[in-house]
Design a protein around this ligand. Structure first.
Ligand SMILES: [Zn+2]
Ligand SMILES: [Zn+2]
Length: 338
């Protein structure tokens, strides 16, 4: 089968690989649609401590079950499915406490390898985080379960969210955040450096703040109050540091975008203390949040289609990844050839 494999930090190639055979508890999906994601570009550029190379790239996928391993119940060839990236064990302390997103076992064998004709789904994912796609839901829309579930997890990390929300970063995640938060009644501002994306903010019920022209510090004076909540969607240390100074006293900052490994961040202690600013991390999502994401996509509560800047087949992937790295286009959808 055709597959795109990252061979080293900074390089990848198209390879002709053996089609995966499902082990016990596993299934193999035939890819119908896979999405490019900033994470793919990040991994290509700097690698990842927990992902051994070479690795078949891509992780946001919708496919048909092509083969079923021993002991798998409830799935048969032809079923359309979308997997979460992790398969929580359901038994460890984190899983028992409702933090299945942090389950260590779940992250030891992840669902990876969407940029190929076929992809193996690990047994843990089949057992806990593989979801049936409702009839009528488009493949590329269903493939948005992974990023949307991350947003829903971030939302669940906030304490009684209401009022004004600042989303810092105008990538796909920023807009998915806008869709969720505006849909739930918040007054949403997307701050970014790509004014051509202002219409996307409007589609998702948010206002766009052009950081190239206007400083984010102007927010505090604009229309009265400073934001109640701020979410980093950049993974940039300087943005993390800055957001604590932008929310109102008693405000919350969600550190949603992941910074590079080894990053150290500094905060003004007086600001955190005397203004009682809450800083929260947010990582990944639980199977329940993946299910909720699929429901939101199926009901149309969140429509990610305006975020797809181009569509093609696996052969188009190199040009899509280059465009994604340049920030040219938000997301690209690759379709299975069959
Ligand atoms: Zn992703
Ligand atoms: Zn667990």
């Amino acid at each position: 089968m055709k597959a795109f494999v990252q061979t080293a930090v900074g390089s990848y190639e198209e390879r002709d690989l053996e089609r995966p055979v499902p082990g016990p508890g596993e299934v193999v999906l035939r890819m119908r649609a896979a999405l490019t994601c900033g994470t793919d570009v990040k991994l290509l550029k700097r690698g990842h401590a927990r992902i051994a190379l070479p690795v078949t790239m891509g992780h946001e996928v919708c496919g048909d079950v092509a083969a079923v391993g021993e002991g798998v119940a409830g799935w048969k060839p032809g079923d359309r499915a979308v997997p979460g990236v992790s398969g929580p064990c359901g038994a460890c302390d984190d899983c028992s406490a409702g933090r299945a997103n942090l389950c260590a076992a779940a992250h030891s064998d992840r669902m990876w390898g969407a940029f190929a004709e076929f992809a193996r789904v690990p047994a843990g994912v089949v057992a806990a985080n593989l979801h049936r796609v409702p009839a009528g839901l488009e493949d590329e829309v269903a493939a948005f379960v992974d990023p949307l579930a991350s947003v829903l997890h971030g939302w669940n990390r906030l304490r009684a969210p209401s009022g004004r929300l600042l989303l810092y970063g105008s990538g796909a995640l920023g807009f998915l955040w806008a869709a969720v938060a505006a849909g739930r009644g918040l007054d949403v501002i997307v701050a970014g450096r790509r004014p051509e994306r202002a219409p996307l903010a409007a589609i998702y019920g948010a206002r766009y703040l052009d950081l190239a022209r206007e400083g984010v510090d102007s927010l505090a004076g604009r229309g009265g109050a400073a934001p109640d909540l701020a979410v980093d969607c950049t993974g940039d240390r300087l943005v993390w540091e800055r957001l604590a100074g932008l929310v109102r006293p008693g405000g919350q900052v969600l550190l949603f975008g992941g910074c590079a490994p080894g990053t150290l961040v500094g905060f003004d202690a007086a600001r955190l203390h005397y203004a009682e600013i809450t800083l929260s991390g947010s990582f990944h999502y639980t199977p329940d949040e993946a299910r909720a994401a699929l429901d939101a996509l199926a009901s149309g509560a969140v429509d990610p289609r305006p975020l797809v800047s181009g569509r093609g087949t696996l052969a188009d992937l190199p040009r899509f990844l280059e465009a994604q790295a340049r920030g040219d286009g938000v997301r690209y959808a690759v379709r299975g050839d069959a």
